[in-house]
Design a binder for this molecule. Structure first.
Ligand code: FCB
Length: 487
C-alpha cells in the first residue's frame, strides 16, 4: 500500500499516444436495462427491486422512477444509429431479468427475449459487438420477496436465468458478463440501504455477497454449457483503488480492511478459490462464515473466466477514525446512517485531492492505471474497462447544443491512463464509457447526467454532446491529443 502522488489530468492529457491502443481494441459505451429501457410494464415484464424501491417515497431524488427512463425499449434503433455515428465498435448493455423471466423462476417470456434479439441484430448489422451483462441490479421482486440475495436459492435462480439467456441469445452475443458491481448489490442494497432493496443488515449484506459470488460461479457453469466454445465470459467489478491517507499503521490497517471487504471479497474467491483470513476475522461478529460457505462453493465460484471487467470512477482514500478529526464519514455513495462497509466501522473516508465531478467524486486517472496494472500482475487475465465516466451539470445552449469539455477531458485523461497501463504491460482489450446517454442514475434519479449524448427528459430527444464528438474522433484516429473544448 503506497500513498501515491497523483499526476493531474492535464499532465496525462498533454501526452499524445498514437498507436497506444492495440488493433481490435473495443471502443465502447455502456448502459444498463433499468436505467434506459422504460416500458416497465410491457410485454410481460413485472417489477424488479428497483421498480419497488423507486416507487417508495423518499428513496430516489425527485421521486424519479425508471417507468419510462429514456424509452430505449421503443427507440433502440435510433440509439444504435447514434452509436454507429460515433463509430463505437462495441456496446455493453444489460438484460433485464424480470423482462425475460418475470418471477425469477420458470420459463422465459419470448417477447422479452425478442427485444434483445432485435437489439443485438441491430448492433451486429451496424458492426457493433454486443456485450451483455446478465445482472445490473434488477432482481425480480418475487425473488426479493422470497428473501433476495441473502438467500442461497437466489444464486441457483440466477444460474437458471443465465442458462435461459445463453440458450436464446448465445448465437449472437459472444461476450457475457455475469454480475455488475456485486459490491453495490450486496452493500448498498443490504447494508447502507441507499440502493434497492434498501435493507440495512450487515449480516445479510455479507450473506448477499457470498450468494452473489456463488451465483456468479453457477452462472459461469451454465453459460459455458450453453454457449459456443468461442464465447468469452467476464464479470464487472468496481474494485476500489484504495489509498491510505498516510503511512501511519492505523491508516494502513484501514486501507487493508477496505481492500478486504471492497475488493478481495470478490477477487479471492473468484480467482484464488478462497476467502481471505483477514476478511473472515474482520466480519466474524456479523456472520457465521462456516455455515454460510458450504463445501464445494469455492470450487464453483472460482470457475475460470476469460476477461475481468473493471468499473472505475475515482480513488478511495481512507484513514483510521482517529486520524480523521472533523471529517464527515462520506464515501460518495449516498447518505445513510448505516455503513456499506461491514466490519470497517473505524474507517474514515477522505476526499482525494483535486477537482471533483457533480457526484463529488474526485477526478484522478492514476487510480485507473494503478488498478489495471495491479490486476494484470495479480491475476494475469485480459482486462476490460467496463465502465468509466463522469457526471457534470450540463447546460443546453440556445441552439440546443450541449458543450461539456469537462466530461471530454475526463474521458481523455482516463483513456490516457488505459494507454499507460497498456504501455506498462497490462492486456487491456477495451474501454466502455459510462454512459452512452443520460439516464436514470439510481438513487439520484435524473438529477445526475453521465451521458455523452444528452437526453431531454420532456421530449426524449437525444443530442450528442461535445464529449461524444471528442470520443468519436479518438475512435477514428486512435489518438487522444485533440482538443476537448471544440464545439
Ligand atoms: C456504477 C453503475 C452504473 C452507473 C455508474 C455511474 O456504479 O454500475 O450503473 O450508475 O456507477
Amino acid at each position: 500500500m503506497t500513498v501515491t502522488d497523483p499526476h493531474t489530468t492535464a499532465d496525462l492529457a498533454a501526452q499524445t499516444r498514437p498507436g497506444a491502443f492495440p488493433s481490435g481494441f473495443a471502443w465502447g459505451a455502456a448502459t444498463a436495462a433499468y436505467q434506459i429501457e422504460g416500458a416497465a410494464a410491457e410485454d410481460g415484464r413485472t417489477p424488479s427491486i428497483w421498480d419497488t424501491f423507486s416507487h417508495t417515497p423518499g428513496k430516489v431524488a425527485g421521486g424519479d422512477t425508471g417507468d419510462t427512463a429514456v424509452d430505449h425499449y421503443h427507440r433502440f434503433r435510433d440509439d444504435v444509429r447514434l452509436m454507429a455515428e460515433l463509430g463505437l465498435t462495441s456496446y455493453r448493455f444489460s438484460l433485464s431479468w424480470p423482462r425475460i423471466q418475470p418471477t425469477g423462476r420458470g420459463p422465459a417470456v419470448e417477447r422479452g427475449l425478442d427485444f434483445y434479439r432485435a437489439l443485438t441484430d441491430e448492433l451486429l448489422a451496424h458492426g457493433i459487438t454486443p456485450v451483455a451483462t446478465l445482472y445490473h441490479w434488477d432482481l425480480p421482486q418475487h425473488l426479493e420477496d422470497a428473501g433476495g440475495w441473502p438467500q442461497r436459492d437466489t444464486a441457483h435462480r440466477f444460474a437458471d436465468y443465465a442458462q435461459i439467456a445463453a440458450e436464446a441469445l448465445g448465437d449472437r452475443i459472444g461476450i457475457w458478463t455475469t454480475l455488475n458491481e456485486p459490491w453495490c448489490s450486496a452493500f448498498l442494497g443490504y447494508a447502507s440501504g441507499v440502493h434497492a432493496p434498501g435493507r440495512t443488515d450487515p449480516g445479510d449484506s455479507l450473506r448477499a455477497a457470498h450468494h452473489l459470488n456463488l451465483g456468479h460461479g453457477l452462472a459461469v457453469g451454465a453459460l459455458r454449457a450453453a454457449l459456443p466454445a468461442s464465447a468469452q465470459i467476464a464479470v464487472s467489478l468496481n474494485l476500489h483503488a484504495v489509498r491510505a491517507h498516510s503511512e501511519h499503521p492505523g491508516d494502513l490497517d484501514a486501507a487493508r480492511r477496505i481492500e478486504a471487504v471492497g475488493n478481495r471479497i470478490w477477487t479471492s474467491p473468484m480467482f484464488k478459490g478462497r476467502y481471505d483470513e483477514d476478511l473472515l476475522a474482520d466480519t466474524a461478529h456479523l456472520v457465521d462464515w462456516d455455515t454460510l460457505v458450504r463445501p464445494g462453493d469455492l470450487a464453483e465460484i472460482s470457475r475460470p473466466i476469460d476477461l475481468l471487467g473493471l468499473n472505475y470512477y475515482n480513488p478511495t482514500v481512507v484513514s483510521s477514525l482517529d486520524n480523521a478529526k472533523d471529517l464527515p464519514r462520506h464515501d460518495g455513495h449516498g447518505d445513510s446512517t448505516h455503513s456499506p462497509w461491514p466490519g470497517a466501522d473505524e474507517v474514515a473516508f477522505h476526499l482525494a485531492p483535486g477537482e471533483v465531478t457533480a457526484m463529488n467524486w474526485p477526478i484522478d486517472p492514476t487510480g485507473l492505471s494503478d488498478s489495471l496494472l495491479h490486476l494484470h500482475r495479480e491475476f494475469g487475465l485480459p482486462l476490460l474497462v467496463t465502465e468509466n465516466g463522469a457526471a457534470f451539470d450540463d447546460t443546453v445552449e440556445a441552439d440546443g447544443s450541449v458543450h461539456d469539455p469537462q466530461r471530454a477531458a475526463y474521458i481523455q485523461g482516463h483513456l490516457g491512463a488505459v494507454a499507460d497501463a497498456i504501455a506498462g504491460g497490462a492486456d487491456v482489450r477495451g474501454y466502455y464509457c459510462w454512459s452512452l446517454m443520460d439516464n436514470f442514475e439510481w438513487a439520484y434519479g435524473y438529477e445526475k447526467r453521465f451521458g455523452m449524448i444528452h437526453v431531454d427528459y420532456d421530449t426524449l430527444v437525444r443530442t450528442p454532446k461535445t464529449s461524444a464528438r471528442w470520443y468519436a474522433e479518438a475512435i477514428r484516429t486512435g489518438r487522444l491529443d485533440h482538443s476537448t473544448d471544440q464545439r
